[in-house]
Write a protein of this length. Structure first.
Length: 266
């Protein structure tokens, strides 16, 4: 292990195999106390966080930031793989072999003799091949395969999209919006009952996702944008209140609402 450490320290550039070696060194008897005690469960959220940081880099249109964050995601992939290799389950080569094989099988129009007219044909073939290779026999099977630990909006949109392939869907965005209005009315009718309101609010949010999906929009991104809009307006409200030498906590709801209205029009 000491010789491997020495070789790694002296290297000027690295490849994926070097990353595996570094993680193994960190997990070794003479490695890092923190790395040695990690498990899949203890670091699983790190993978999600690093993925979101890649998304942030993409939104920032920063190649430098993206290069760094993709490396952090790759580290998570390697770390989880090393944990499994320590148990004799699989190696990094098995992981790359699986994904390479999957790409070849799911692109018969590139690696085989299947003809396609365009993107729609490609997607239909992909779904059909995926169902076959995963042993999914019904549309319900495809819905159940959507991970439960997806962000709720993302999972709702994925469920709606897969359900639509069975024919169970709204005709268009207007029909979806009618469904949304119906859920608003049902929610309003039970606001006095917290338990019933909770159920109806869930249906209402799912309906919002349906409208976004029919419009070809991503519900998760829409809520993220709304979050940023709220933050920006809140900052304007507080700045205005402070400029008037007042305190937000001392103002009435009506007074704060007036500040909010002004912030919306800025």
């Amino acid at each position: 292990m000491e010789q491997i450490k020495k070789e790694l320290v002296e290297k000027k550039s690295f490849d994926i195999n070097d990353l595996v070696k570094i993680v193994r060194v960190l997990r070794s008897e003479t490695g890092c106390p923190w790395d040695k005690v990690q498990t899949h469960e203890s670091i699983k959220k790190d993978l999600l966080e690093e993925t979101y940081e890649v998304m942030e880099a993409i939104d920032c249109k920063s190649p430098e930031m993206m290069q760094e964050e993709l490396g952090d995601v790759l580290l998570q992939v390697v770390f989880h793989t090393v944990l499994e290799s320590e148990q004799g389950h699989f190696e990094l080569g098995d992981v790359t072999s699986d994904v390479c094989r999957k790409l070849i099988v799911r692109h018969p129009h590139v690696f085989g003799d299947v003809n396609v007219e365009g993107v729609d044909d490609v997607l239909r073939n992909w779904d059909s091949i995926k169902m076959d290779t995963k042993g999914q026999e019904t549309f319900t099977d495809t819905l159940k395969s959507v991970p439960k630990n997806f962000p709720a909006l993302m999972r709702a949109q994925k469920l709606g999209k897969r359900a639509a392939k069975s024919g169970l869907d709204f005709e268009n965005e207007y029909d979806a919006f009618e469904g949304l209005k119906s859920e608003v009315a049902e929610t309003e009718a039970v606001l006095a009952d917290k338990q019933k309101a909770a159920q109806e609010l869930g249906d209402l949010m799912f309906s919002c996702v349906n409208v976004a999906r029919k419009l070809g929009l991503d519900a998760e991104e829409l809520l993220s944008q709304a979050n940023e809009k709220f933050l920006d307006r809140f900052e304007k409200v507080e700045s205005s209140v402070t400029a008037d030498e007042k305190s937000m906590t001392e103002l009435s709801a009506q007074e704060l609402d007036e500040y909010w209205r002004r912030a919306k029009n800025v």
